[in-house]
Design a protein around this ligand. Structure first.
Ligand SMILES: Cc1ncc(COP(=O)(O)O)c(C=O)c1O
Length: 306
C-alpha cells in the first residue's frame, strides 16, 4: 500500500490558520467574527504601496527575477535594516523571501543536521518547533519567567540545556505571543552564550518596528554577533502586507549564498511585482519611523500623534 513520508509525523502547524478557516466559514454564514486568532493587521496596505504593485504589473514585471531578490529591493533592505540597527550590511547579505516564515525553515536547513539540537522559545511562534522536528533535529524549548514588568528569559535553563550537539538558538525579542522584550543585559547574555558555545542565532525581528514607544535593539548589533546571526525581517506587520508575502533574511555571506540556492530550489524567486511594492514601502514617503505603528499615519486610522 502507498504510504506518506514518515517525517510528516513530526510536522506541526500554526493552528491559527485552521481557526481562521473555521472563522471564515462562520462569517460566511452571516455571523460576526472578532479576529483575535491570527496576527493579521486590521488596516489595509498603504495606497502608495498598492499603486507601486499595480504599476509593476502594468509595466510587465511579471516574469522570473533573481533568486535572492531584485537588486533594488536588496539594496533598500540592506540600508533600512542596517541603519536601524547600526550595522553596515551589503545587499549581498540580503536574501528576499516570500514572507518571514520561510526564513525559519531555510535557516534550519542551512545550519542544522538531523540529530542536532536547536533551542527555541516556548511559548513561542509554533513554526520553530514544527520545522526543527520536521527537518530531523531536536527542538529544545526554553521558557520565560514572570517579572514585575513582564517576562524574562530563563537564562539558567538555557545554560543547562546547551550540549555539544546544540547548533543554534532561535531568539524572538519583542516576543510572540507574550510580547516580552529583553533588557540590554538579557540580550548580551544570550549573545555571550552563543559565542561561548559557537551557536548560530536566528533573530526573529518580525515586530522590531511594531511598537507604541521606545526603540528596538537587535542582538546582531552586539560585538561579534553579525557574523553568527541571521535576522528574520518581514513586511507583513510593519507595512500591513501579510497577504503579499514579502520578507527577507539578513545573513552572513556564507549563509546568504546557501539561502539563495534554497530559494532557487524551492520557489525560484519571490513574486516579482510584489518586490517593487517592497521598494516603494521602504523608499516611499510613508515608511513609518521606528516610533510609529504600522502605516498608521498613511491610512489615518490612528491619530497622527500615536
Ligand atoms: C514571531 C513571528 N515570526 C515570524 C512570523 C511570520 O510572518 P510572515 O511570514 O507573515 O512574515 C510571524 C507571524 O505572525 C511571527 O509572529
Amino acid at each position: 500500500m502507498q504510504q506518506l513520508a514518515h517525517r510528516l509525523e513530526r510536522l506541526g502547524t500554526e493552528t491559527a490558520f485552521s481557526v481562521a478557516q473555521a472563522a471564515a466559514a462562520w462569517k460566511a454564514k452571516g455571523n460576526r467574527v472578532f479576529p483575535f486568532h491570527l496576527g493579521d493587521i486590521n488596516i489595509p496596505t498603504a495606497g502608495n504601496i498598492v499603486e507601486a504593485m499595480n504599476r509593476a504589473i502594468a509595466d510587465g514585471y511579471t516574469g522570473y527575477c533573481p533568486g535572492p531578490g531584485i537588486p533594488q529591493l536588496r539594496e533598500a533592505l540592506a540600508e533600512d535594516i542596517g541603519s536601524r540597527r547600526g550595522i553596515d550590511f551589503s545587499p549581498d547579505n540580503v536574501v528576499v523571501m516570500t514572507g518571514g516564515k520561510p526564513v525559519i525553515t531555510k535557516f534550519l536547513q542551512a545550519v542544522m543536521n538531523p540529530g542536532q539540537e536547536v533551542l527555541y522559545p516556548n511559548p513561542g511562534f509554533p513554526i520553530y518547533e514544527s520545522q526543527i522536528e520536521y527537518l530531523g533535529g531536536t527542538a529544545v524549548p526554553y521558557r520565560y519567567l514572570p517579572t514585575s514588568t513582564g517576562f524574562s528569559i530563563d537564562l539558567d535553563q538555557i545554560r543547562a540545556s546547551i550540549t555539544p550537539n546544540t547548533v543554534a538558538i532561535i531568539y524572538n525579542d519583542l516576543q510572540n505571543p507574550i510580547s516580552a522584550e529583553s533588557t540590554a543585559g538579557e540580550r548580551e547574555a544570550i549573545a555571550q552564550l552563543a559565542q561561548e558555545h559557537d551557536l548560530w542565532v536566528l533573530s526573529d525581528e518580525a515586530y522590531f518596528e511594531t511598537r507604541y514607544e521606545g526603540v528596538s535593539s537587535s542582538i546582531a548589533s552586539l560585538p561579534g554577533m553579525a557574523e553568527r546571526t541571521v535576522i528574520l525581517y518581514t513586511f507583513s506587520k510593519k507595512f500591513a502586507m501579510t497577504g503579499s508575502r514579502l520578507g527577507c533574511a539578513v545573513a552572513p555571506l556564507e549563509i546568504a549564498r546557501v539561502l539563495s540556492t534554497l530559494n532557487t530550489n524551492d520557489e525560484s524567486c519571490t513574486t516579482h511585482y510584489v518586490q517593487w511594492a517592497g521598494v516603494e514601502a521602504l523608499r516611499g514617503p510613508r515608511n513609518p519611523c521606528s516610533r510609529c505603528l504600522t502605516s498608521c499615519r498613511s491610512v489615518g486610522t490612528l491619530p497622527a500623534s500615536s
